[in-house]
Write a protein that binds this ligand. Structure first.
Ligand SMILES: [Zn+2]
Length: 264
């Protein structure tokens, strides 16, 4: 067998082996990069995307609320992450994100639209769902397949922390880190629907009211006006979303019955 052919077969086996399913929905997907590696990337990008850009708020009722929701959602997600929940002082930014490995950021501008704890829990549940369902990993894998940059995959399989500074910098740059991890680029429609569903499950388990989700999307649409919030630029179609969520809630409430781990 020629070396090229052997390499192709090996690559195919790798893809088949690397095919896995999303725990909460059973959807098959290809996500090559080890979860531990994605967590390292998330941790490396966290300061860069949060404290390097905005002041971090570490006391007060809004901070307490973010911590409280974060703790409940983390418990509902049952993921062994090094969770962190940062509130960023950015009154003009209507946004939130969760990097792989459970590094969450909420901008104070979002709180003007969420208006209550249940609605903020909807957004945080949704963002956390993108991370736990490993949407960033799937998207980076798709990028690697499309660009055929298999050498980067090899590189990625080395431990991130053991790389020397130059190699690490090159890797981050090559992977287009921040934009790939979910903080900037919009996810696909399939990922959005999946994050909506999983986020609602977390929300229900965490003891929050899922009926706030459609109301929140309606408020988000109204807040849009001439200059849509950042959150809307990566999460389009608030009206359709509201409707879909409304339809999803009865089924999820029935399926999650008895699984509410946190009583409120
Ligand atoms: Zn989303």
């Amino acid at each position: 067998m020629s070396r090229t052919r052997a390499a192709r077969i090996a690559a195919l086996c790798f893809v088949v082996v690397a095919c896995s399913t999303v725990a909460e929905t059973g959807r098959s997907r290809i996500a090559w990069l080890p979860e531990s590696y994605m967590s390292e990337l998330g941790a490396a990008a966290y300061d860069q995307e949060t404290s390097a850009k905005y002041p971090v708020i570490s006391s007060g009722p809004q901070y307490e609320m973010v911590q409280r929701i974060g703790k409940r959602i983390a418990e509902a997600a049952k993921k062994d992450y090094a969770w962190e929940f940062r509130l960023l002082d950015a009154p003009d930014v209507v946004n939130a994100f969760c990097l792989p490995g459970g590094k969450v950021a909420v901008y104070t501008g979002l709180l003007k639209v969420t208006q209550n704890e249940d609605a903020l829990a909807c957004v945080m549940g949704h963002e956390v769902a993108h991370a736990t369902a490993e949407h960033g990993n799937e998207r980076m894998t798709q990028g690697l397949i499309q660009s055929g940059v298999l050498s980067i995959t090899d590189l990625a399989l080395q431990s991130f922390s053991k790389m020397d500074d130059t190699t690490r910098a090159t890797t981050l740059e090559a992977l287009g880190l921040a934009s790939q991890l979910g903080a900037i680029l919009p996810f696909s429609r399939a990922h959005e629907s999946e994050a909506d569903e999983i986020g609602l499950r977390y929300l229900i388990r965490a003891g929050y009211d899922p009926h706030e989700a459609p109301k929140l999307w309606a408020r988000m649409a109204a807040a849009g006006g001439e200059r849509p919030p950042e959150f809307l630029s990566t999460h389009p179609d608030p009206e359709n979303r509201s409707k879909r969520l409304e339809e999803l809630i009865p089924r999820l409430l029935a399926e999650e019955k008895g699984k509410r781990m946190v009583k409120r």
